[in-house]
Ligand binder design. Structure first.
Ligand code: NAD
Ligand code: IPM
Ligand code: MN
Length: 347
């Protein structure tokens, strides 16, 4: 089975290196790897953030382990050449429409959360984020108003097929957990959200065993820090899911802890930490690699049918944390490589 390794920019290569060490330590038969440049790193060497050669590796692979893209040097480029277009392009080109972002607090990290420990320890949820539509992929541009003002615009839309397929993932995810699904939208203001809500309700007829609720996104942002334990599965659109998952990560201790899986309608997936390239700490050995290791565990579970190896990674991460392994984001002083050593020592 072929794994595409796309380290990317900033701390991306640093965290992917540690995740790869963990994968190597598992000695899994039949895994092969191909590495390719992506994001700013690819723009600087090959002139495009998602060069055809990289897209080709990603297409051929059974799964993709991705670091992060984003480089301040590239922020002034035309949009289609910016590093972030690489991850958007991969999601779209490969039909990776279902983004699972589990947020669970390792009990050892209760003191690392920005929330009071008794509130934080309740969090154990999955955000199911739609990844191929919404305002991210609508028509966008700049124009001049009738009175001569510069104006930017981005069109938000979802069609019913797009909502139905992510709704099913949301319901199925809830069915495999505690049976509670909360759909997050802004139906009090947005027509896109009204259609979203209508289709979620229609789809719920196929899932009478699931307790469905609806919440406006502003309230959901508040409830996530007031009482994160109330959520089992959240299903939401691309933009709201992006924002809420960064917020949920702080309930779980740090943005450096949250993994993700971006799945198509089969077994193929791209696996990445939810965080970005963190230019503010890149090259300093300060990045927490655990989210990327936990993403590798999700890859073993979802795309490679190796759940026992996924369990081993997750148990080793928990054991390292129990022993006191802490990178700076978790209130400690261990380097990225030392965090890797700590997990390897537990495998
Ligand atoms: P970011 O997630 O990169 O960083 C936000 C803050 O969290 C920073 O202070 C950073 O140091 C910290 N942080 C992030 N990951 C960490 C880790 N593993 N360990 C310790 N601390 C960590 O978000 P940003 O600063 O808004 O964006 C930086 C760049 O990354 C931008 O170019 C953005 O577009 C890009 N980005 C890419 C992805 C992706 O590739 N999927 C995701 C988010 C942001
Ligand atoms: C994420 C990131 C991306 C997104 C950016 C880099 C395009 O924030 O994966 O969470 O908005 O989806
Ligand atoms: Mn994000």
């Amino acid at each position: 089975m072929l794994i595409a390794l796309l380290p990317g920019d900033g701390i991306g290569p640093e965290v992917v290196t540690e995740a790869k060490r963990v994968l190597d330590a598992l000695n899994i038969d039949g895994l092969t790897y191909e590495e390719a440049p992506v994001g700013g790193a690819a723009y600087k060497t090959l002139g495009h953030p998602l060069p055809p050669s990289t897209l080709d590796v990603a297409r051929r692979a059974d799964a993709i382990l991705f670091g992060a893209v984003g480089d301040p040097d590239c922020d002034a480029l035309e949009r289609h050449l910016r590093p972030e277009q690489a991850i958007l392009g991969l999601r779209k080109e490969l039909g990776l429409f279902a983004n699972l972002r589990p947020a669970k607090l390792f009990p050892e990290l209760a003191d690392a959360s920005a929330l009071r420990p008794e509130v934080a320890t309740q969090i154990d949820m999955v955000i199911v984020r739609e990844l191929n539509g919404d305002v991210y992929f609508g028509e966008k541009g700049h124009r001049t108003t009738a009175t001569g003002l510069r104006e930017g615009y981005d069109v938000m839309s979802y069609n019913e097929a797009e909502v139905r397929r992510i709704a099913k993932v949301g319901f199925e995810t809830a069915r495999a957990r505690k049976g509670k699904l909360c759909s997050v939208d802004k139906a009090n203001v947005l027509e896109t959200s009204q259609l979203w809500r209508d289709v979620i309700i229609e789809t719920s007829a196929e899932y009478p065993d699931i307790a469905l609720s609806h919440m406006y996104v502003d309230n959901a942002a508040m409830q996530l820090v007031r009482n994160p334990g109330q959520f089992d599965v959240i299903v939401t659109g691309n933009l709201f899911g992006d924002i809420l998952s960064d917020q949920a990560s702080m309930c779980a201790g740090s943005i450096g802890m949250l993994p993700s899986a971006s799945l198509d309608d089969g077994k193929k997936g791209l696996y990445e930490p939810i965080h970005g390239s963190a230019p503010d700490i890149a090259g300093q050995g300060k990045a927490n690699p655990l989210a990327t290791m936990l993403s590798a565990a999700m890859m073993l579970r979802y795309s490679l049918d190796l759940p026992e190896h996924a369990d081993k990674i997750e148990a080793a991460v928990a054991a390292a944390l129990a022993d006191g392994a802490r990178s700076p984001d978790l209130g400690g002083s261990m380097t990225t490589a030392q965090m890797g050593d700590a997990v390897l020592g537990k495998l």
